[in-house]
Design a protein around this ligand. Structure first.
Ligand SMILES: NC(=O)C1=CN([C@@H]2O[C@H](COP(=O)(O)OP(=O)(O)OC[C@H]3O[C@@H](n4cnc5c(N)ncnc54)[C@H](OP(=O)(O)O)[C@@H]3O)[C@@H](O)[C@H]2O)C=CC1
Ligand SMILES: CC(C)(CO)C(=O)C(=O)O
Length: 283
């Protein structure tokens, strides 16, 4: 039995994959909903597993998938306390580089499996739309989760250098904060001044990532900008959807971390230092 805690965009996509892979699931959420996942080939999968809205109604499972936003992690701990026995692993599907730290005191670090999600998913009126592109979750090599999504559209990809993998994704996430601040989708990067800001921010993030031990290839900041310019204009990002819906933003795990880790290594982060308070104050 697998529990998915937080059945939003990524939780729903993962639940759909796990259902297609033949697992028994329980969907742990603040409210029960009817949710359909529409894949990029146009096929639809309606989630069929039972929903539970009260942690007191669940017991230990074999695997917990945690897919709440980073800043919602503390509020989800009551679920983890009921769903875990001593060794139950928790696959944490969140952006950022601090998966285990966020769960300190609630889940032993050795039971936390950080997952870097490569999938662009947006919930629109009860349907989670998966945009064209890769659907994969990177996890540290050596964990026991490798085959859990076999038989579905979602690939679990073990990586030897997880630090680099997590920072590689985080550089993208930090730069797309520009979408949340401007209220615009990927097309915003075609504005010359925004493109230039995106590149400078990517350079800043790469410097911090490198100091933190990531081994990103030369020219990675330019690569990030090229990828952003190549996206379909309607592509967005989860922090933009939260901004549009007036929800709290996941700013600390995606942008605050650049300033914090930069400061710890003595690396100036002037762009992040301006963006972070704006993201934190945005409504
Ligand atoms: N969307 C994307 O394309 C991608 C997202 N990510 C990352 O994945 C993570 C999840 O993002 P995403 O799926 O977009 O976020 P969503 O906001 O779509 O989903 C989060 C879900 O968690 C639920 N939740 C919050 N608190 C609790 C709680 N205490 N108990 C139970 N459920 C709770 C929310 O419920 P409610 O509906 O009630 O608010 C919501 O349904 C983030 O770290 C994000 O950065 C990574 C790659 C791509
Ligand atoms: C899809 C992507 C890469 C965009 O930043 C993402 O991680 C998110 O939306 O949170």
């Amino acid at each position: 039995m697998i529990a998915v805690v937080g059945v939003g965009a990524i939780g729903a996509v993962t639940a759909a994959a796990l259902e297609l892979a033949g697992h028994d699931l329980v969907l742990c959420a603040r409210r029960e909903r009817r949710l359909t996942v529409r894949l990029d080939d146009g096929s639809r999968h309606r989630l069929r597993s039972p929903w539970v809205t009260d942690p007191d109604q669940v017991g230990p499972v074999d695997l917990v998938v945690l897919a709440v936003k980073a800043h919602q992690t503390g509020a989800a701990v009551p679920w983890l306390r009921r769903l875990r026995s001593e060794r139950t692993p928790v696959l944490v599907l969140q952006n950022g580089v601090e998966h285990a730290e966020r769960l300190a005191g609630a889940v032993p670090a050795e039971c936390v499996v950080p997952g870097i999600v490569w999938c662009t998913a947006e919930e629109i009126a009860g349907e989670v739309l998966v945009r064209p592109g890769e659907q994969a979750i990177e996890v540290p090599a050596g964990d026991a989760l490798g085959g859990v999504c076999d038989g579905s559209f979602l690939r679990i990809r073990p990586v030897e250098d997880f630090t680099t993998a997590a920072w590689r994704k985080l550089v993208f996430n930090a730069v797309v904060a520009v979408e949340a601040l401007t209220g615009r989708r990927a097309e915003v990067f075609h504005e010359p001044e925004v493109r230039s800001l995106a590149r400078d921010l990517a350079v800043e993030c790469v410097e911090v990532a490198t100091a933190a031990g990531a081994r990103l290839p030369a020219g990675f900041a330019d690569h990030v900008v090229e990828v952003l310019l190549s996206l379909p204009p309607e592509n967005g990002t989860s922090i933009l959807y939260d901004r549009c819906a007036g929800r709290e933003l996941e700013w600390d795990a995606r942008n605050g971390v650049i300033s914090r880790v930069g400061a710890a290594h003595g690396i100036p982060t002037p762009i992040s230092d301006v963006l972070v308070p704006l993201l934190a104050a945005a409504r």
